[in-house]
Each structure stands twice: as structure tokens, then as C-alpha cells.
Design a protein around this ligand. Structure first.
Ligand SMILES: Nc1ncnc2c1ncn2[C@@H]1O[C@H](COP(=O)(O)OP(=O)(O)OP(=O)(O)O)[C@@H](O)[C@H]1O
Ligand SMILES: [Mg+2]
Length: 326
């Protein structure tokens, strides 16, 4: 992509010295440009949420970050890993916004929805209360909340899960961020609402020329929105490429396994739904060598389980961490 990235994550590691020195996220590198969506995909416990919280600098002091998280905007470059608390607070919400995995954790049940969006606007913009109210109302309209005037006066518990999720999206987009991090934004929702939310996100991304980090365990959902896909396993990226490359010609055995376990992604005539046997290893017990090797159907004993493998470019310009080359 010709446009230079707004976010470049370089060899990010996240460890917890007081939890036995575990490193659930390791050697993580990727970049995202404006207008572009990168999906981070992997099973539960792979480190997706930790990664997004690290970028937002929302991890508490028990976490120790290594590597760099470079932010480049209007000729300015900062490393978010080193940024001071108050500077980071100013960036959060205005430059980088996040839709959290659990909507109720970011909505305050004691305050009306409208007041919470107005608050989000006034935190980052010097506008009057009535201007902020108008912007908040607009943001609800943009994400397709019906009867937005009435909803502005509702409390979160008075709204359905789908509406709450839209309020969350409205709140994160009201200040027109440069980067939106969406952590499983549609997982709890039924397919119709899921489709509407994906549609709203796509539209807003294009209108605002936003960069988007879209986190999901569901390749079916990701195929609807991502330009590029990074597949994450046990804290490391194992494959990264364009959406077409990764979905049409998956190279890593883990990516193949993920695809074979998504009903919608299968060609029903030739393939059967096969979940990947086994579970994601606990960070206290990461296997040596390739972390997927204990579950891998094409493991080469003595090679795959010996020492860690690099994430290396392939002949078709994707990145792959595997002894097998495709
Ligand atoms: N504060 C913490 N201290 C120690 N370990 C942690 C901490 N937070 C998360 N972990 C561990 O890091 C790993 C990755 O967690 P994370 O929440 O990032 O996974 P995820 O990919 O978002 O999973 P899910 O799909 O279930 O949301 C897990 O093994 C988790 O137990
Ligand atoms: Mg998560």
C-alpha cells in the first residue's frame, strides 16, 4: 500500500513479571494505514485483547511492554509505549478510539446514553453543551439507531444488546478518530444486527478515512470487512496477507484449521466441518519451537518443535511462520 501507515507495531511483547514472568504476546509486528482495515484473528486466549489494550495503553502496571508502537500523523511520530499518561489520555478517544469486547464495561449504567456521548464529545472538543448534544444525536443516526432523540434519554439497561453496541460505536466515533480498534464488536449479536453493524463500520471507515484494527475469532465476519488479515496463535502472528490470499489460499496449518471450523466458509460439496483438535496453550506453558506444533496435522518432529521459527516473507508476498513453504 502506497499510503504510509498511521500505526506501526514493532516487535511488541507484553509480559507480566509478577505472574511468573509470562509473556502472552511476543514479537508482534504489523502496520495499518488510513482507510485500511487489518483483522487480527485467533482463538480465545491468543492475546488479541491484550494487544488492543496495549495500543490504547490501558493495561495496568502489572504489564510490562517491550518493542515499539509508533504513531505517525501529520508529520509527527511518537512511540505510544513511551508516551506520558496525560498525552496518552489526550490521544485516547480523539486520535485512537476503541469499541470494547464487553459493551457494558464502557457504558455507565447510572447515566443516560445521551449524556455519556455528550461527555465523550466534550472531553476532546471545545463545544457548547447544545452543540455536543447535536453531534451526539448525529452519531446515533449515523450508526442507525432508530428514534435517536428518544434513545438519547434512555439508560443503557433500557436498550437491547444490539442498540447498546451501536451506542458504543457512536460514542467511539463521535470524535472522528484516525484509528478505530474494534474488539469483537459483533460477537454477542444475532446475524442480522451483525450485518448492520459491519455495514455501519464500513461506511464510517470510508467516510472518515479511518484506519481500523478489527479483532475477531470469526473468519466469516472478517471476510466482510478486512483488507488484510493477521492470524495470531499463542501470542504470535503465524500468517499475514491480503484477505483474498489468506481466505482463498490459506498457508499456515492453523489458518487452514480455523477456516475448516467456520461453517459459512466451507464449500459444502467437498469439505466437512472439522474443529481443530486440542486447545490454545496457556502462556505459562508455551511449547518450544512452533507453538502450534502439538496440534498441527503436518508437524515435522525434530524440526517444528525444536526452536522458534521466524515470520518470513513467502514467494507470494505474504508472511508465514512455518517450516512448510506454500
Ligand atoms: N492481566 C493479566 N495477567 C496475566 N495474564 C493475562 C492477563 N490478561 C490476559 N492474560 C492472559 O493472556 C492471554 C491472552 O489473553 P487475551 O484476553 O488477550 O486473549 P483474547 O485473544 O482476547 O481471547 P478472547 O477471544 O477470549 O477474547 C490469556 O492466556 C490470558 O489468560
Ligand atoms: Mg479478547
Amino acid at each position: 500500500m502506497a499510503v504510509s501507515p498511521v500505526l506501526t507495531v514493532e516487535q511488541l511483547s507484553i509480559s507480566f513479571p509478577r505472574a511468573g514472568g509470562i509473556t502472552p504476546v511476543d514479537d508482534l509486528s504489523f502496520s495499518i494505514a488510513r482507510g485500511e482495515t487489518l483483522a487480527l484473528v485467533g482463538e480465545s486466549g491468543c492475546g488479541k485483547s491484550l494487544t488492543s489494550l496495549a495500543i490504547m495503553r490501558l493495561l495496568d502496571n502489572s504489564a510490562s511492554l517491550g518493542g515499539r508502537i509508533l504513531w505517525r500523523q501529520e508529520g509527527r511520530e511518537v512511540d505510544l509505549v513511551k508516551l506520558g499518561k496525560s498525552e496518552m489520555r489526550a490521544m485516547r478517544g480523539s486520535d485512537i478510539a476503541m469499541i470494547f469486547q464487553e459493551p457494558m464495561t464502557s457504558l455507565n449504567s447510572l447515566h443516560r446514553v445521551g449524556d455519556q456521548i455528550v461527555e465523550a464529545v466534550r472531553l476532546h472538543r471545545t463545544v457548547s453543551r447544545s452543540q455536543a448534544w447535536a453531534l451526539a444525536l448525529d452519531s446515533l443516526r449515523v450508526v442507525g439507531v432508530p428514534e435517536p432523540e428518544r434513545r438519547m434519554r434512555a439508560f443503557p439497561h433500557e436498550l437491547s444488546g444490539g442498540l447498546r453496541q451501536r451506542v458504543m460505536i457512536a460514542m467511539s466515533l463521535v470524535c472522528e478518530p484516525t484509528l478505530l480498534i474494534a474488539d469483537e464488536p459483533t460477537t454477542a449479536l444475532d446475524v442480522t444486527i451483525q450485518a448492520q453493524i459491519l455495514d455501519a463500520l464500513r461506511r464510517l471507515r470510508d467516510e472518515l478515512n479511518m484506519a481500523m484494527l478489527f479483532i475477531s475469532h470469526d473468519l466469516g465476519v472478517v471476510s466482510e470487512i478486512a483488507d488484510r488479515i493477521a492470524i495470531m496463535y499463542a501470542g504470535k502472528i503465524v500468517e499475514e496477507g491480503s484477505t483474498d490470499q489468506v481466505l482463498d489460499r490459506p498457508a499456515h496449518p492453523y489458518t487452514r484449521g480455523l477456516l475448516a471450523s467456520v461453517p459459512r466458509m466451507l464449500d459444502s460439496r467437498s469439505q466437512r466441518l472439522t474443529p481443530i483438535a486440542g486447545t490454545v496453550p496457556d502462556p505459562r506453558n508455551f511449547p518450544p519451537g512452533c507453538r502450534f506444533s502439538p496440534r498441527c496435522p503436518v508437524v515435522v518432529p525434530g524440526r517444528c518443535d525444536a526452536s522458534p521459527l521466524p515470520l518470513a516473507p513467502t514467494s507470494d508476498q505474504r508472511l508465514l511462520r512455518c517450516v512448510h513453504q506454500f
